[in-house]
Design a binder for this molecule. Structure first.
Ligand code: NAP
Length: 259
């Protein structure tokens, strides 16, 4: 095992975070490194993944940035093998990579539909299938997938809402199948989190990002929008040893009880 592990025969502390070049994924990767995991940051954008990994290394953590399209089965197999080779067997997977292709149903193209399903659903499926081999070998694992409050339905997001609801069913099924191997699976459903994704929504609606965030905050019980670190904190809990009896759950991290 290439990761320093003070306890003999304990599982390797290697985490994989998809879509970690920026936004929520980058914050999750930083937090897991602070928690003592060696972290593989996977992103379509190699420069983003490498820059985020370098920042973790500069802060004293252990990280590698790797380019892969998680909707491509061959690329997924290759990148997971590279992670195992460079860091050791991955025992934590955070299915975070995501895209939006918003449009009202009558204007939504087949490509808008397929690309969203490809990244969120096919991507989470391919990554989970590739990584679970290592988790079952280690007898310990944690899978966390990023759902959304949009899973409850959101105008202009028929594709994204469907994918995010699908991830909740995927999570509950993985929890049922993999629990006997010491693996938990949970989903986090964020509300409004300030990232490039929500900035792009503001731009599409013709609003400045600050005005957009202020308007959103008025509707959120804690009176602020979320930050990527709010999600990273919840991931940190779900992948901890102490959370081993929490599985198949969806935690809404939205500053209040509903979207
Ligand atoms: P973001 O800033 O747009 O970052 C998403 C990352 O995923 C990007 O780095 C992107 O790479 C990467 N990615 C996209 N397609 C990929 C693929 N096929 N293979 C590998 N990487 C890919 O988004 P975010 O706001 O941080 O969102 C992260 C997750 O949280 C997503 O699943 C999103 O749906 C979910 N979420 C976000 C919010 C929110 O308010 N922001 C709310 C609920 C749920 P590139 O940089 O190369 O494009």
């Amino acid at each position: 095992m290439s990761v320093d592990n003070p306890v003999p025969n304990s599982p390797s502390r290697v985490a994989v975070v998809t879509g970690a070049g920026r936004g929520i994924g980058a914050a999750i990767a930083r937090r897991l490194a602070e928690d003592g995991f060696a972290v593989a940051l996977i992103d379509l954008d190699e420069a983003g993944a490498t820059a985020s990994a370098d920042a973790i290394t500069a802060a004293g953590g252990k990280a590698v940035g790797l380019a892969a399209d998680i909707s491509d089965a061959d690329e997924v197999e290759r990148v997971v093998a590279t992670v195992a080779d460079k860091l050791g067997p991955p025992t934590v997977l955070v299915n975070n990579a995501g895209i939006t292709r918003d449009n009202l149903l009558f204007k939504m193209s087949e490509s808008d539909w397929d690309s969203v399903m490809g990244v969120h659903l096919r991507g989470a499926f391919l990554m989970s299938r590739a990584v679970q081999k290592h988790m079952t070998d280690q007898g310990w694992g944690r899978i966390v997938s990023l759902s959304s409050t949009s899973a409850l339905g959101n105008r202009g997001q028929a594709n994204y809402s469907t994918a995010k609801a699908g991830l909740q069913g995927f999570t509950k099924t993985l929890a049922a199948e993999l629990g006997k191997f010491g693996i938990t699976a949970n989903a986090i459903a964020p509300g409004f989190i300030a990232t490039d994704m929500t900035a792009a929504t503001a731009e599409r609606l013709g609003m400045g990002f600050d005005d957009f965030k202020a308007a959103a905050a008025k509707e959120i019980p804690v009176r602020r929008v979320g930050e990527p670190e709010d999600i990273a904190h919840t991931v940190s809990f779900l992948v901890s040893d102490g959370a081993g009896f929490v599985s198949g759950q969806v935690i809404y991290v939205a500053g209040g009880p509903k979207a």
